[in-house]
Write a protein that binds this ligand. Structure first.
Ligand SMILES: NC(=O)c1ccc[n+]([C@@H]2O[C@H](COP(=O)([O-])OP(=O)(O)OC[C@H]3O[C@@H](n4cnc5c(N)ncnc54)[C@H](OP(=O)(O)O)[C@@H]3O)[C@@H](O)[C@H]2O)c1
Length: 316
């Protein structure tokens, strides 16, 4: 019997890592063994993974020794941080540094770091097009991930930098679904103007990561951007209208209005949409649908995703 290569998966109980766990468990060739990292091996989600025959290991992003132990003997490591749990870019940076140190200390052969753009490269802090947040960021949950890329480079661990896209699942769980206006018509509100937003089914991120590990270390040192489709708000609204059988209208919202909505993270997300809108060409070019499909032949379009998920979208 050939020994399977172990892939240690951070965020295995979540959207990105969970997709990778399921891709490994469902691989007809059985190429990899999935090792799921979690702080809570007794949680319902962790027990579900154990039911798939996945190895569970307790580890915490704030504890580098726990990560080193969890990575020991692994060929690959999928690394992701969850900004939305704490809203702190500085904490995200520290967690990413722990991941890079642990992967290098455990001699992992191939890391995938789930990253995003450091928007300050195009919009420096003294650029007034969008406000500076937390004194040193433009889009905190993007900038910290992009800044953290250097920890992986400096650690010397062979790393593929995975640029992810907007999850369509945000329409279900992140409060971004269509809401009825005063006229009763559902409106999908985003500050994207008439520009295209690269989007993806969250489950496909892990499947693309599987494709990267399956291709081998040839993709180490490279940045790979993924998306299921690039769509304007109007195109998304038209697809929602077809899927829901009820009119959905796209409503462009000025970024300054979005930033002032007052929910936690509104300023961060307002700047994020403005960045994607204003740098549409480069932002989309960095996320090739064709390359994503070559990594994951089952890549879903927005219509595909809607067939399975439209009924789960809360309509406010
Ligand atoms: N929503 C979007 O459109 C979008 C798009 C691109 C990128 N992202 C990024 O995706 C990231 C979140 O990923 P996700 O959506 O896959 O997360 P998720 O579904 O919310 O799940 C969070 C995962 O992170 C793990 N985790 C959190 N803190 C941890 C810690 N201290 N130690 C160990 N594990 C920890 C959790 O594991 P346990 O609880 O089991 O320990 C869980 O598996 C965010 O940083 C966000 O910026 C989001």
């Amino acid at each position: 019997m050939i020994d399977k290569q172990t892939i240690a998966i951070v965020g295995a109980t979540g959207a990105q890592g969970g997709g990778l766990v399921r891709a490994i468990a469902g691989d007809p060739q059985g190429r990899f063994h999935a090792r799921a990292l979690t702080r809570k091996p007794g949680s319902e989600k962790a027990r579900e993974l154990a039911g798939l025959g996945v190895e569970l290991v307790e580890a915490d992003l704030d504890d580098v020794d726990s990560l080193r132990r969890a990575f020991r003997g692994a060929h690959g490591a999928f690394c992701v941080t969850n900004f939305w749990e704490h809203f702190s870019p500085d904490k995200e940076l520290a967690q990413a540094a722990n991941l890079a140190n642990a992967a290098s200390g455990a001699d992992v052969a191939h890391v995938i770091w789930s990253t995003l753009d450091d928007t300050r490269r195009r919009v420096p802090l003294d650029d007034d097009r969008m406000p500076t947040l937390m004194s040193k960021y433009k889009v905190p949950h993007f900038d910290a991930k992009g800044e953290a890329d250097r920890f992986f480079v400096e650690s010397g661990v062979p790393t593929t930098f995975l640029l992810t896209s907007f999850y369509w699942d945000n329409l279900i769980a992140f409060g971004m679904g269509p809401k009825a206006g005063s006229d009763g018509v559902l409106a999908l509100s985003m500050p994207m103007g008439d520009r295209k937003l690269p989007g993806i089914a969250a489950e496909d991120i892990g499947k693309c990561a599987f494709g990267i590990f399956a291709r081998g270390v040839e993709l180490a040192g490279q940045t790979v951007g993924i998306a299921g489709e690039h769509l304007t708000g109007a195109e998304m609204a038209a697809a929602l209208t077809r899927a829901l059988g009820r009119e959905v209208r796209y409503q462009d919202v000025p970024p300054e209005v979005y930033r002032a909505l007052g929910f936690p993270g509104a300023e961060d997300l307002g700047n994020m949409f403005q960045y994607k809108r204003d740098f549409e060409t480069d932002y989309c070019r960095a996320r090739s649908v064709e390359e994503s499909r070559s990594l994951n032949p089952a890549l879903q379009s927005f219509d595909d995703w809607l067939v399975r998920h439209a009924s789960l979208i809360p309509l406010g």
